[in-house]
Design a protein around this ligand. Structure first.
Ligand code: DGJ
Length: 728
């Protein structure tokens, strides 16, 4: 936690009155000040007991500066004062027309909800504020957790029914975030589709509402629950950037709104679309955690703060997690045509290359010879594996590799024994069509019996076999989300209960099998979010493994997620879009994440094998820096003929520069690349892995590397290079 340490030292030298407490309550003014290494967040009580947002920006140190929210006056009968009060968690009630954080319907039809402060409790880096409706005991606990070292505050809410009647929640958000008043803001978000996930968009925010969301049951390929807002001029290295990421793997929504009063607000949580959640007296609903921060130095810093948060506080083993091993996966080589001899042949070749984790993909179970049958029947196919999986796994282990297995537990093919036995286990509306996608239906995991079945299957596999890793896949979106076994009023709880049960299975599996690692895959990057990351080690980024396309997908991914979790394979060419890039290009692209090989090794030439062996050895020298270091996006693959990324180890000892030329023009030199994040006074040994660096000095200072920059001989299309800097 270098950043925290240096923040406290610098702060205490500059301002001795600064408290090291991350949460302060100023009793006389009724103001809460949350402070991290990078930013401060303040809120206070308004004249009527409403909780109002006051500040979210660069760190503040003088609490006397802060002023309680002032009373606002109606501008007109069309512009009530409530619309000018930046309520932290506004209920839908009174004259409030912006996005509400909470909307309910009482059993008598009363839908008015006005929340007022009741009490609060501070416990270390956590704060809970108790709110309540002005009339009845609709209670809301606002949760805040401060991560001082990484510049992040997380927020979520628990809604509890302490009234005597049932009421129904129709919208439950985690938080509303406020930018400083003004306009000219810009929104960054990630969008895409299958095989083209997480592409970065940046566009002006105008008055009105922009929504990014999933209505599909999983996190979705179409949008990712991350946003960034800047004042219109931030760059990778300069300017304030407000950002947030929502930890939820089901239907979510982030609404970015500019009001007519020059106020930008971002509200996010459970998607209100088709949402209805009845709460009986005594029951409660907790919304997902919404993490937010403000970076003072551009989009690059915003990403690094999120990466730090994820590695230290979100991934299951935190900073104790092992470096991601080099993985081999058979999918692109074999498709469904898996068998013991074929897998062993690949495993032997993979182990010689230096692979550490061998994963067998789809096709090993039931009657799974294509995507038309077998899902749900999680028994080993005896024709393909006459000795069960035991022999294959022990051979893989003998070759020095761990074994991983593909599963898709949430799904069923109609052509399966499971579906024939339990047609009622899928989500459906009785008498209506059951839409198949990829010939499969979605099991209703909101049902506890389905949950127990899935847990049992996976637990048995992990108990019977030495499985180190499950690749957990999920290959379609929800449709007809009916749950006929419960009352009509409860059916829409499915959207939430499905996700909670998914999390429960993963949590129990991990608790029982502490060495088990899990990859979150949903037909590529359809389930990439901070909620699932609490339970998995890697994300499958995209089914598009074509290296040039991948650079853009990886760029967007890196805005929100660390390279450590970004599974990236080297596969064969021509790839899905018919493009062919050199093997070195494919390796250097994939080595910017958790490296995997997905090629058919039986088809590789001796030359390919030699290059791959060399690149995997290089990867093992640098992967800790890629996975746990600071990322600097130097040139974007979106707008330049050359793109470049740099990774700097947290201890400053190693730095890596990856550069890619996409489409050279004859006799036009690629741009000089100026490094970042180095120590000006330090001297680095410079190693060009392929001799394409034109600056030949064996050692260079940080000042030279950052200010003079490096020049390369990158003269072909899809040319690429890697420079390794080692601090002397
Ligand atoms: C979709 C995944 O994204 C692929 O990597 C592969 O596992 C297939 N499913 C298998 O059906």
């Amino acid at each position: 936690m270098l950043r925290l340490a240096s923040w406290f030292v610098v702060s205490c030298m500059a301002v001795c009155t600064l408290s090291a407490q991350s949460i302060q309550f100023l009793q006389n003014k009724k103001i809460w000040l949350l402070t991290t290494s990078q930013n401060s967040y303040a809120m206070g009580l308004g004249p009527d007991g409403q909780l109002e947002h006051i500040y979210w920006g660069a760190p503040l140190w003088r609490t006397d500066d802060l002023q309680a929210p002032t009373p606002k006056r109606d501008i007109s009968s069309f512009d009530p004062h409530q619309m000018l009060e930046n309520e932290e968690f506004p209920g839908w009630g009174g004259p409030r027309y912006y996005e509400a954080a909470l909307k309910i319907t009482r059993s008598d039809g009363d839908r008015d909800l006005v929340l007022r402060y009741v009490s609060h409790h501070i416990d270390g880096d956590s704060l809970e504020i108790q709110m309540k409706d002005i009339n009845d005991a609709v209670d809301v606990t606002l949760h805040y957790r401060v991560y001082p070292a990484v510049g992040i505050v997380s927020r979520w809410a628990t809604i509890t029914n302490h009234t005597k009647q049932e009421f129904t929640i129709v919208s439950a958000q985690s938080a509303t975030w406020y930018m400083p008043p003004g306009d000219g803001y810009r929104l960054s978000y990630l969008s895409g589709r299958w095989a083209a996930e997480s592409l970065l968009n940046r566009e002006p925010i105008h008055e009105g509402l922009k929504v990014i969301e999933s209505r599909e049951g999983h996190t979705s390929h179409n949008f990712n629950p991350w946003f960034a807002v800047d004042n219109g001029s931030a760059t990778e290295t300069h300017g304030q950037v407000w950002f947030g990421a929502l930890a939820w793997s089901g239907n979510w929504r982030i609404a970015v709104e500019q009001t007519p009063y020059r106020q930008v607000r971002v509200t996010g949580g459970l998607n209100p679309f088709d949402f209805s959640y009845p709460l009986k007296p005594g029951d409660s609903l907790t919304t997902p955690e919404f993490y937010g921060g403000v970076a003072q130095n551009g989009f690059g810093e915003a990403s690094r703060l999120l990466h730090d948060l994820e590695r230290a506080y979100i991934e299951p083993h935190g900073l104790k997690a092992r470096v991601r091993p080099v993985l081999y996966n058979s999918w692109e080589a074999t498709g469904f045509d898996v068998n013991e001899a074929g897998q062993l042949q690949l495993a032997e070749k993979a182990s010689k290359l230096g692979v550490e984790l061998f994963v067998m993909d789809d096709g090993w179970f039931g009657k799974r010879n294509s995507d038309r049958a077998g899902l749900g029947d999680w028994t080993v196919n005896p024709q393909k594996f006459p000795h069960g999986l035991g022999n294959l796994i022990s051979q893989v282990n003998r070759l020095g590799m761990d074994f991983g297995l593909w599963v898709e537990p949430e799904m069923v093919n109609p052509d399966s024994d499971l579906y024939r036995a339990h047609p009622d286990w899928v989500m459906n509306f009785p008498g209506r069509p059951r839409s198949e996608l990829r010939n499969q239906l979605v099991l209703n995991l909101a049902r506890d019996d389905v949950k127990e079945y899935i847990y049992g299957v996976l637990d048995r596999l992990a108990t019977e076999y030495n499985i180190r890793y499950f690749k957990w896949d999920m290959n379609r979106t929800f449709s007809e989300p009916g749950w006929p076994q419960v009352s009509p009023q409860e059916q829409q709880e499915l959207w939430v209960k499905y996700v909670l049960n998914l999390y429960d299975i993963l949590d129990r599996l991990r608790a029982k099998h502490p060495n088990l690692e899990i990859e979150s895959c949903s037909g590529g990057g359809g389930r990439v979010d901070l909620g699932i990351l609490r339970r998995v080690e890697e994300f499958w980024t995209s089914d598009n493994t074509e290296a040039f396309d991948r650079l853009r997908i990886q760029e967007g991914f890196s805005e929100a997620y660390s390279a450590k979790f970004m599974s990236a394979w080297v596969t064969d060419v021509p790839n899905m879009n018919h493009r062919s890039t050199p093997l070195e290009y494919r390796f250097l692209t994939a080595m910017q994440g958790a490296l995997g090989i997905g090629a058919n090794l039986n088809k590789w030439s001796e030359q390919d094998t030699q290059l791959a062996t060399k690149m995997i050895a290089v990867d093992k020298r640098i992967r800790d820096t890629v996975q746990s270091g600071d990322l600097y996006r130097i040139l974007s693959p979106q707008s330049n003929d050359t793109s470049a990324n740099e990774y700097v180890a947290r201890n400053g000892e190693q730095a890596l520069l990856f550069a890619f030329r996409h489409s050279q023009q004859y006799n036009t030199a690629p741009p000089t690349i100026y490094l970042r994040g180095l120590n000006e006074r330090a001297v680095y040994r410079v190693e060009s892995i392929d001799g394409k660096l034109l600056d030949k000095q064996p050692e260079m200072s940080g000042a030279y590397l950052m200010h003079h920059g490096l020049n390369f001989r990158l003269q072909d299309d899809y040319d690429c290079t890697l420079v390794i800097l080692q601090r002397q």
